[in-house]
Design a protein around this ligand. Sequence first.
Ligand code: ATP
Ligand code: MG
Length: 559
Amino acid sequence: MIEKTTDSVNFIQKIIDEDNESGKWDNRVHTRFPPEPNGYLHIGHAKSICLNFGIADKNDGKCNLRFDDTNPTREENEYVESIIEDVNWLGFDWEDRLFYASDYFDQLFEFAMQLIKSGKAYVCDLTGEEIRTTRGNLKAPGTESPFRNRFIEENIELFNQMKSGNFENGEKVLRAKIDMAHPNLNMRDPVMYRILHASHHRTGDEWCIYPMYDWAHGLEDSLEKITHSICTLEFEDHRPLYDWYLDQLDVFHPQQIEFARLNLNFTIMSKRKLKKLVDENHVDGWDDPRMPTISGLKRRGYSPESILNFAEDVGVTKRDSIIDVVRLENALREDLNKRAPRVLGVLNPLKVVITNYPENHTEMMEAVNNPEDPSTGKREIPFSKELYIEQNDFMEDPPRKFFRLGPGREVRLRYAYYITCTDTIKNDKGEVVELRCTYDPETRGGSSPDGRKVKGTIHWVSANHAVDAHVRLYDRLFLKENPDDGDNFLQYINPNSCTLLENVKLEPSLAIPENITYQFERNGYFVKDEKDSSENQLIFNRAVSLRDSWAKFLKQSGH
Ligand code: ATP
Ligand code: MG
């Protein structure tokens, strides 16, 4: 991977360097990636994963994987499994440090009791709505809860009863006793525990009170002896509370550091909204190749390396910005250009009969696997009398600048011969359905001994040897650059985001494709869809075209 030293990488690295210099953490660097298992991971999470595991790697440190499973109503084991798989697939290793917030529920309860005993937390009977309305706003202080001055003994008793299940959902909460006039709204007696009679995917029905994120997160970090707790900017306003909780207890106190989250144009990046796309069947599951999820990108044909390179390329900053999704696509192109084996595949076939080529004859043509990487060698592909070429490589009445095939015109067949179109066969609608061509036997391998030049080179597949496949071509899932800024992102879904081609002809080496992304020459990068392909039906997904066609489109449409 190319090491890029942007200022942005330096901002967190700088803090670490300073800490190492002052000996703040005894030269330890310990980070964590703390997903909530309420959906599949997306490309934004990938950035956080690369950052947390990357920082640990670069500094000889450690990074934990920790599930922040404090909300049983939204969390599921399916999500836990997918997250483990995705972080693994990206190539990161948490060794034996896989943790769950739910492992700390007992400990967190004890800590809460300590706060109650020191008069810094109380049980409050106000409803959620009342708590909201009494919090005040940026201009006005909040009003204190009538339950704020309960005796410590009463609070202990009530909190125990909350835990025992004596109350209904919402009947009571535990709140920190901080300051209802604090300029930071998060400090106005925030809720620490709420009652939720719900089954948890790991602790079952053991608990009916669950800790709030702010209360739990810092203590989880503390218990794991995290040094640098890296999170996204929206938690900046929560940092005083993070610090306050840790200061009330005699515990290890990590440092929270915020960075700007990754935003991509033409993309939705909220698990809640991605879930809506899945639940309402706008896409074919979380791993639909159009989804910005890690599993979707994987199914689309992205490599882990391209995602890591992308994360490195966009860097880490303190300022929110929107990254052009083309940069993600280009990271993939760059990676695959170096690595993807090149093969010939015809997406929209047009039959060609070489009239002067012998019947029932096959010869093997030598083809280069990847000119960018000579070590990948060569392979042979069969050539015969009947071929398929791409429909749009022929025009009956071509303009002067069209360098492909037309009546009387000559082109080079990649790795094979020069051919000249002599005749066209049409159906009763007048559409060309077959071409008759002659080949020049002297041009084997693609050059002419008489020095005769042709301007165009087109790809082809031998008809009798072709492997049949379906191909799915993808376009952006959203038509709007910022689908998230209106009230309903669903209205911007691109109705033509997937096109199925059902008559695709591939060279025979693809009969049993490997689990890698190929370049179909001139057509882009393709990967076999492992989920939908069957023994009788091979399906390929296009990961990305060879070039960015949207740049042109956006320019034309005045963007
Ligand atoms: P979402 O809002 O998409 O549902 P989240 O922040 O609720 O995401 P978590 O599971 O809580 O999702 O996130 C785990 C970690 O990933 C957190 O540290 C969070 O800050 C980080 N993260 C989430 N989204 C992004 C993003 N777009 N860019 C960078 N980091 C992100
Ligand atoms: Mg979250």
